[in-house]
Structure formats: C-alpha cells, structure tokens
Design a protein around this ligand. Sequence first.
Ligand SMILES: [Fe+2]
Length: 376
Amino acid sequence: MSRRHQILIVDDEVANLRLLRRVLGREYEVLEATGGQEGLELLKKNDVSLIITDQRMPAMTGVQLLEQSLPVSPDAIKILLTGYTDVQALIDAINAGHVYKYIPKPWDADELKLTVRRAIETFELKEHNIKLIAELKSAMGELEELSMGTIRALADALDAKCDYTAGHSLRVSRIACLIGRELGLPISDLRDIELGGILHDIGKIGVPESILWKPASLTPEERDVMRKHPTISAQIIGDLHGLRKAREFVKHHHEYFDGSGYPDGLVGTNIPLGARIILVSDAYDAMTTDRPYRTAIGHDRAVKELADMAGPQFDPDVVNALLKIAEGGAAELNRRIHEDFDENFLGLGVGSVDAKATGKNFKAEVDRQTKAVATE
Ligand SMILES: [Fe+2]
C-alpha cells in the first residue's frame, strides 16, 4: 500500500482552503492553515511532503512562508499560488530557489491534481535518493574499516615473513607521517602516506625467501626479481578506491631524485612526494636495523648517509625534514614513532602487532589477527 502523504495548504481565505481540500483530500492527508505562522507551527509538528501556499496573505506572504519553512521542512516540495499580477513575488520565489512550481490563479482542478501528483513523485524520488546516499555512505565506511584492518594485517604478515624486518612497515609508515607533518602536509595527504608506508613492500610477499634472506649480494637475476616488488605491491593494492594515491606512492618508492631509480626512472618532483618521503623513511629504517647482509650502522651514520645522498638519491627537502625530526637522536625518534600515534593514527582498524611485546609469539599473533580480520 502506498503511503498517504501529508500536504499543508495555506490560504487566508477559508473558502479557498475548502476548495483545495475538496480536490486533494481524497488522495492525501490535508493540513490547513489560514496564515503563515499557523502553517509553520503545523510543519513543526508534522511530516509534511508538500506545501501549497497562497502568495497574498496579510501577515506573511507565501514567499516569506516558504523561506521560513526551509529550516523546518527542508525537503518538502513547495508550490506557490499566485495571481498573474504577482510577477515580482514569482521572481523572488524562483530566485530563492526553493519553489517547485507556481500555479496561476484561478487554478483548474485537474491541472492542480496533476501538478501535485508530480510534486509528490519528486518528493519520493528525493527521499529515496537521500536514503540511498546514506546507505551508500555507511557501506563505504564499513568497507573502508574492513580494508584498513586487512591492510594492516597484510603488512604484519609481510613483516613476519621477513623476520628481521619485524615492525618495519609500521615504522616506515610512521616516520613518513612525521616527515609529512614536518613538511606541513594536510591530513588527507598524511593518511595516504601512512597507508603507502604500511604497504610499500607488500609486493615482497611474492619474492622468494631465498632472495629476501640472502646474506650476500644478489645476482643480477635476483636483483631483477627484487626490483619488481614496487610494481607487484601496486598490483596487490589494485583499484581500491581509498588507496589510489597510496598506490602511486608505493609504486614509486624506489625512484631516485636523479632519475636512476626504478621502476620508471622518474626524476625530481615528477616522483610523487609521498614516494620521496617513503624512500627516505625506508632508507633510514633499513640503515638503523640489522639485515641479513649487514648489521645496522646506527642513527648518526644513517643520518649522515642520508644527508650525503640528498640530491642524487633523495629529495633534499625531505631529508631536511627527517634531519629535523631526528635531531633528538635515535631514542627520541623511536619514542615519537611509538608515542605520537596513540590516537590510533588516522583510523587504521586493527592494532598492529607489537614485535617487542609479543616476542617469540609475534608470528602467531600476526596469524591470529590476519584470520580474525579475514573472517570479520
Ligand atoms: Fe621497497
């Protein structure tokens, strides 16, 4: 059964109200008011789909009533009844932008019925659209939350695969965010950088462990395999709507400022800024943690190395930003990585697995969380 809509009719002449009720009362629930103020009161108490008002009324004109009805019934369709002489009122009403239609007086009953039916259809369509948009927004929100959790679990799974890099993705992500903040980037960019940082090496999931763990230099063939990881990372991220920018950062996080990097040999500012930031963060973290092929060189040497390579390899502005946030030394930077993000920075859904707290159970905890996310 279709819904019975409420229509408010406002006219200072009672005879006109009766006439309108006779035409519309069979199909709709009609509410009557003899003035604007009374009409507004009825709007507050009811769920009105359509307002039909006379223009010429003593205390408040129809246009004024329609204007004042906006905050109370923003979605109600509005129809103005005017004589041909009320041209200015008509222009005002149309300029105010909220009048669906005007009906010249005297009106014809069949035409009025038809206009009202169309108006109600418009109202229903609008209402339906509003509902759809709300549903879509909530679905997108859920999807995004789920993706964030999945992303975090994926990154942790990767860190578990390369045991020596436990927590690497998260640290890179956070150092990158600190650099981004230092550069004064807006929060939306920081979010993309955070995600890019988390995902930058996800493509290494496809690199054999014999290469990842090799305690010696790679052969040219092995290096080729290794060099595919940014492209594979980008492919894994795919077309997820919220990750378009992050994907670009990931794809280019091994491009060097002088164009000697990969995969595309981009030069200077043609490399997305987020990618330049992730490169510096990645390099710092790699130099300050032990790897199978070498031990950590420590904070001071790492910082010097970055400064030396600013220009050919790294964006000098990005290196300067890192130097600033690393001024207090390794311990201070480490503290910021862990403490500056206690607000669950920018909404990553699943709390990351803390390598220190979980110790030997790190991998088991990662597996557990990965499964939990997958079955959510
Ligand atoms: Fe990488």
